[in-house]
Design a protein around this ligand. Structure first.
Ligand code: NAP
Ligand code: G3H
Length: 471
């Protein structure tokens, strides 16, 4: 695969290319353009120049463009899934599901934008009878969209589509491991003969060109999903303060009783090990009492031991993690826990980038795995003395994306949910971003601002007020 960046509907051939390695065997599976500063500046100039015309384009015409794009996606869904599977080792079924989910997000966003009405207010509450204000939402201008490797299609388009529908133009930077998919999105745009300049794809390594991408003076809004480290860097150097950051997580499963263990186990297993734990919303720690853990751990262990590991083509339970540095980081967390006395119930080994699904019991607060985000197939169990300690450890994390509370006592569930410092608490289910019309947000180091269909339409627009006065 040899795909190119796309600016103003032209593919950009660069002297140097960026190799993309397969997570399965670290062999080169393709190349993308490695852009220079001048290319990136050009992308922003083009986006800025095209924006006013696009903003003036009637909403129904904008929807027509996005519908055409969606049809191109549907036509190419198998190809998109194949590329994704090859470059991030997402199981084939899940890659296809990612494409389908994205099509559904596009449909829902189109419906929502049709009803994106202005707000009207009078001033009677201020004793003023002859004044009415109409506040409509107008595009912010140029949106810089940066996506992570783990949802290279879905988390890209969840930013691009609301931006375009509301009359913004877009410069999109995919993750390097994800930029074959990202560049293919650019190709679909050109193949469908959609308008020039309003959507542009820039590729190259974030460590080389990231600062240039986020600090361009033409940017009016940044929508970023990725790690805490990069998110904080962007915030420190961006010239706009209009930034939505969706960052890492250390979502916990708080298991408060043993009354419905079948449900708890099934949610914890899918929550922890889906896409080999490479989801921001993956369950990355279980907090429970000794008494419950004695029953829960053997059930989890049995399920994990039955997992099939392997090539994403065969839709196994566990696939290789994205690259060698990630594998080494995860193994470092496991080794640290082992050295400090945790019990590895199963897993703890690897071959290539394929890490055996790992369950670690008796994790204590002095171990790195109690606090750091592995982004891999590892589940630590932290045994607590009582509910107070469960809540305390939950809230001691620097992350605050989501968490789950498992109990049959709905009063207790609500009371605990109120005390947990995260964006969203899920009662009796795994943490998850969807359904995609729900607001999706993290607090603390997990982010700033909110994603979601309506929320993205809001964050990519601003109020424009017109106040009418009469005698
Ligand atoms: P990452 O390393 O932070 O990369 C995210 C994106 O930022 C990539 O496109 C990357 O490009 C780019 N980037 C790197 N350095 C940059 C810089 N200096 N300036 C601008 N952009 C830069 O994250 P990842 O490894 O792809 O994804 C995993 C992380 O994302 C995890 O922490 C996970 O929890 C988090 N995540 C959060 C959410 C959420 O919604 N909260 C969703 C998914 C993932 P390169 O690939 O070229 O470096
Ligand atoms: O990886 C982060 C995604 O935003 C999580 O989405 O909960 O649907 O897997 P998900």
């Amino acid at each position: 695969m040899d795909y190119k960046a796309m600016i103003n509907n032209e593919f950009i051939v660069t002297k140097n290319k960026q190799n993309i390695l397969s997570p399965i065997d670290n062999k080169v599976i393709g190349t993308v353009s490695a852009l220079l500063e001048s290319d990136i500046n050009n992308a922003y100039d083009v986006a800025k120049t095209s924006q006013k015309e696009w903003e003036k384009t009637q909403l129904l015409k904008r929807i027509e463009v996005i519908e055409k794009f969606k049809n191109e996606i549907i036509k190419n869904k198998d190809k998109i899934a194949d590329i994704m599977m090859a470059e991030i080792a997402k199981p084939l079924k899940e890659s296809l599901a990612e494409v389908q989910r994205t099509v559904e997000i596009i449909d829902f966003t189109i419906e929502e934008v049709r009803r994106f009405y202005p707000t009207a207010m009078d001033a009677k509450g201020w004793g003023i009878e002859n004044k009415i204000g109409v506040f409509e939402r107008v595009p912010v201008g140029v949106v810089c969209a940066i996506s992570p490797f783990n949802y290279p299609f879905n988390l890209a388009l969840a930013k691009i589509i609301p931006a375009l529908l509301t009359g913004n133009t877009v410069v999109f930077k995919p993750a390097t491991q994800g930029s074959l998919t990202g560049s293919f999105i650019g190709k679909l745009w050109v193949d469908a003969k959609l308008p020039k300049g309003i959507f542009n794809v820039v590729t190259g390594k974030g460590s080389d060109i990231g600062d240039i991408i986020v600090s361009n003076k033409n940017i009016n809004m940044i929508s970023f999903t990725g790690s805490v480290k990069v998110g904080q860097r962007i915030k420190s150097i961006a010239k706009t303060s209009n930034i939505v950051l969706e960052l890492g997580g250390k979502d916990a499963a708080l298991v408060l009783d043993d009354k419905n263990l079948d449900l708890y186990v099934s949610e914890i297993i899918s929550g922890s090990f889906g896409f080999a734990g490479q989801r921001c919303t993956a369950i990355k720690r279980v907090l429970t009492t000794n008494e419950v853990a004695d029953k829960l751990v053997p059930l989890l262990e049995a399920k994990i031991k039955a997992f099939k590991h392997g090539n994403p083509k065969t839709n196994p339970d566990i696939v290789p993690v994205v690259n060698e540095p990630t594998r080494d980081y995860i193994m470092g967390l496991i080794d640290n826990a082992k050295t400090k006395g945790a019990s590895i119930k199963t897993g703890g080994t690897y071959e290539g980038n394929l890490i055996q699904a790992t369950l670690i019991d008796n994790v204590t607060k002095d171990m790195r795995i109690a606090w750091e985000e592995p982004f891999g197939p590892v589940l630590p169990i932290i045994r607590c003395k009582d509910l107070d300690e469960i809540i305390t450890i939950q809230n001691e994390s620097n992350f605050g994306l989501q968490s789950s509370v498992f109990t049959t006592d709905i009063n207790l569930a609500f009371s605990v949910a109120k005390q947990i410092e995260v964006g969203t608490v899920n009662i009796n289910s795994r943490p998850q971003r969807g359904p995609d019309n729900f607001p999706f947000l993290g607090i603390k180091d997990s982010g700033e601002g909110v994603q979601g269909i309506k929320e993205s339409l809001n964050s990519m627009t601003r109020y424009k007020g017109i106040v009418i006065n009469w005698k």
